[in-house]
Design a protein around this ligand. Structure first.
Ligand code: F6R
Length: 364
């Protein structure tokens, strides 16, 4: 059942090219997504804010979604941790669209937060993987991620398919609201359609070097993950994967926060994983990395092929092809997942069933 892979997690990492393709299949044509979500055109135009509700890895998708909705649809958006949101006094605002993001559809806090927003009068939607789950049944509309069953406790394909679904939604809303011209929407769709094949190639190329890197770093007990823009949620996600399955202390930070505290942690050899693709914030991440190097930290970079400055700064680097910044999360999450996986294997951890964790958190 593991399809020749030693663990479900590795199998699921490799299923991502297919899973992403399944997520966008048949949904790029105008109108299809609206139908699934049950949002009429007038309604889509009347949305004034999107509150995304999620936990864990799904919350990291929400952080990416926030940027996608604001960038492509011009809709103010927030990424809310469900356990906080459900207990926060909120002024209700007309035109609020509450979007639950959940692989299982059974996370107790996400369900409760979704119910609270419905009661407050918000229109609700869900991005969910499990057909017929509680969230899928209770939301006004559902966009299924079609990732297939995710067995490994650590989420991988659920994450990248959620990001794909969010991108589809942002493009749809951007077009309906006249925010995104058809040519630009076409470019982004095309970049998305090309992703599965390129990602499959990348997975093949990256595995061996990342395994070697994990061997080298297997005894490191602290990691810092840094990124900006779309890279910030990826830093959080990379750190979460590492702690969940290899039990190594890891912190994810927006790299602009480095000076505001975490730089004090940097000492000789501290591994700093930097997500530094070639986007508008790349120069700023590089200057943060110079500060890391000045303090003898070890830089492990995820960057764009051909970035000579980053290559000279980094002690180790993994390269992704040049792609649209909004699509980068689909590529850059792969080395982070694979690295966490190999670290856990090197340390003899139970990859698919990490201690203390359950696949779906059905109690508060
Ligand atoms: C991380 C992980 C958890 C889940 C979280 C939300 O690898 O698996 O952080 O992402 O418990 O679960 P869902 O998406 O089912 O609501």
């Amino acid at each position: 059942e593991k399809g020749g892979f030693p663990h479900f997690m590795l199998k699921e990492i490799h299923q991502q090219p297919h899973a992403i393709a399944d997520t966008f299949a048949g949904r790029l044509a105008a109108g299809t997504l609206q139908q699934e979500l049950g949002i009429g055109t007038d309604e889509a135009r009347a949305i004034r804010r999107i509150d995304m509700i999620a936990c864990g890895t799904s919350w990291h998708s929400a952080l990416i979604g926030r940027r996608l909705f604001e960038e492509f649809a011009g809709i103010p958006a927030s990424a809310e941790i469900a356990s906080e949101y459900r207990y926060r006094p909120r002024p209700t605002e007309e035109g609020t669209y509450a979007l639950a993001i959940t692989q299982s559809g059974e996370t107790a806090d996400t369900i409760a937060a979704l119910r609270a927003t419905r009661e407050a009068g918000a229109r609700t939607g869900a991005i969910c993987n499990v057909v017929g789950s509680t969230v899928a049944r209770e939301a006004d509309g559902v966009l299924y991620t079609r990732a297939g069953p995710e067995i490994s406790v650590a989420s991988t394909k659920a994450f990248t398919t959620q990001v794909t679904a969010l991108l589809l939604m942002a493009l749809t809303l951007g077009r309906l609201r006249g925010r995104l011209d058809p040519a630009r929407a076409g470019q982004l769709s095309e970049a998305l359609v090309k992703a599965p094949e390129k990602i499959a190639g990348l997975l093949g190329r990256m595995a061996a070097p990342l395994q070697a890197l994990a061997r080298e770093k297997a005894n490191s007990n602290d990691f810092l993950y840094l990124g900006r823009g779309y890279g910030y949620p990826l830093a959080l996600e990379g750190a979460l994967k590492l702690k969940e399955i290899s039990y190594i202390h890891a912190e994810g930070y927006p790299s602009g926060e480095l000076k505001h505290g975490p730089i004090a942690l940097i000492s000789k050899g501290l591994p700093v994983v930097a997500i530094a693709p070639n986007d508008s914030l790349r120069d700023k991440v590089l200057s943060n990395l110079e500060e890391v190097k000045a303090r003898d930290g070890t830089v492990i970079a995820v960057g764009t092929e051909g970035d000579a400055d980053l290559a000279s700064l980094a002690d180790h680097a993994v390269w992704i092809p040049p792609v649209e910044p909004a699509i980068v999360p689909l590529y850059a999450s792969l080395p982070l997942q694979l690295f966490a996986y190999f670290m856990a294997v090197e340390r003899g951890c139970d990859v698919d069933q990490p201690r203390n964790l359950a696949k779906s958190v059905t109690v508060e």
